[in-house]
Write a protein that binds this ligand. Structure first.
Ligand code: AQP
Length: 354
């Protein structure tokens, strides 16, 4: 093998209503990538237990994320769509990665610090180990490319560190199997079993911010529903949230530089640009000099135009949970076959008897 076969993997947690940030930062990229790549998209339900153990209706949450994938245009026949708990190999590889990753690496993860908050002693062990399970999600398929929002960049760097340490530590055991590819780490030749994953973060909206505070990420767990546009929001809700979105008193600038120090204006222009598939400069050449009283109604029209068909299709799909479950079961079976192949190779590399 001269190089790893390109494979796209990404996941979304079933932890609440999907929002515009999830859509623009992740799901829309998933859809675009399926044109020219082999793709695996996962509803990461094991991750959903890390911040909150008991969920009122986990099954509906899983189905709703799946419905969003399908409604946005992901093809579950050409690619693989499944929920993580149907493939136990993710958790098995995560255990091995828990033994590869170093405590010092985990201590640097900013998402753990943000999510655990002040009362870190009360956070679950799962929340702390979350990035190790995420590395396993990707590497159990030896995936090479991972489309994510900017908030996941640090976790992907950790996945690369884990892959590299595994490759180096087991190098003498991997080499005779011929299962990897030869790479150089500095001057040292390494026969790498796991690829160095490439994050795909670019795009017009790698980090969509809260509608109430342009310095905070738009997030499912923000207590204020007015902070985000949910994919299930109807036209009235979208319109109300954009009308109430925080802004400043100035008119929009004519150039992108003029957005500096104006986080809310920057965010709304970025959302417009992403929804319209344009650059921020294009949006400002149209709206520069205009007040928000002119810009916001145009943004409402655009958001409704893009999101209404997805919203309608999600609602239609959610009326047939049997169909969604069948998609997940079929995807789970196909994912399991691939993951078990990797795990057999990993078990052999480590030297487990099987
Ligand atoms: N605000 C955002 N802008 C751009 N991309 C985003 N993503 C999340 N928020 C934004 C991307 O969406 C994908 C799925 O995210 P996730 O549900 O697995 O976890 P998350 O990043 O923790 O998302 P949330 O919405 O902020 O959830 P909570 O509140 O539960 O933490 C990822 O690719 C993510 O980068």
């Amino acid at each position: 093998m001269t190089e790893f076969k390109p494979l796209v993997f990404s996941g979304v947690q079933p932890t609440g209503n999907l929002h515009l940030g999830n859509y623009l930062g992740a799901i829309r990229k998933f859809v675009a990538l399926q044109e020219n790549n082999d793709c695996i998209y996962c509803v990461v339900d094991l991750h959903a237990l890390t911040a909150q153990l008991v969920h009122e209706d986990m099954a509906t949450q899983i189905r709703s994320i799946t419905a969003a994938f399908l409604a946005a245009g992901i093809d579950p026949k050409k690619h693989i769509v499944f929920n993580q708990s149907q493939v136990p190999q993710h958790a098995e590889l995560a255990w091995i990665f828990n033994c590869v990753a170093r405590i010092g690496w985990m201590n640097r993860m900013t998402q753990f610090k943000d999510k655990a908050g002040k009362d870190r002693e009360q956070a679950s062990l799962g929340l702390y180990a979350y990035p190790s399970l995420m590395a396993a999600d990707i590497l159990v398929y030896r995936a090479t490319h991972v489309p994510v929002g900017e908030d996941q960049k640090q976790h992907l760097e950790l996945a690369r560190d884990i892959a590299m340490k595994f490759n180096m530590d087991f190098n003498e055991k991997i080499r005779p199997t011929g299962l990897g590819i030869d790479i150089k780490v500095g001057e040292e030749p390494v026969h790498a079993y796991f690829p160095m994953v490439e994050p795909l973060i670019d795009g017009p909206a790698p980090r969509v911010m809260s509608l109430k505070d342009g310095t905070k990420k738009m997030s499912k767990s923000d207590p204020s529903d007015l902070s985000r546009i949910n994919l299930m929001d109807d036209q009235d809700a979208i319109s109300k949230k954009i009308r109430k979105a925080k802004t400043d008193p100035d008119a929009l600038p004519g150039e992108v530089d003029g957005l500096k120090g104006r986080p809310e204006a920057d965010n709304l222009v970025g959302i417009f640009a992403a929804l319209a598939d344009k650059s921020k400069a294009d949006v400002l050449s149209e709206f520069g000099g205009q007040q928000f009283s002119v810009f916001k109604p145009a943004l409402i029209d655009l958001a409704v135009e893009v999101l209404a068909p997805i919203n309608a299709e999600m609602r239609r799909l959610m009326e047939d949970p049997g169909h969604i479950d069948a998609v997940l079961r079929d995807g789970g079976e196909r994912a399991r076959t691939r993951a078990e192949k990797t795990m057999n190779e990993v078990r052999d590399i480590i030297g487990f008897v099987r």
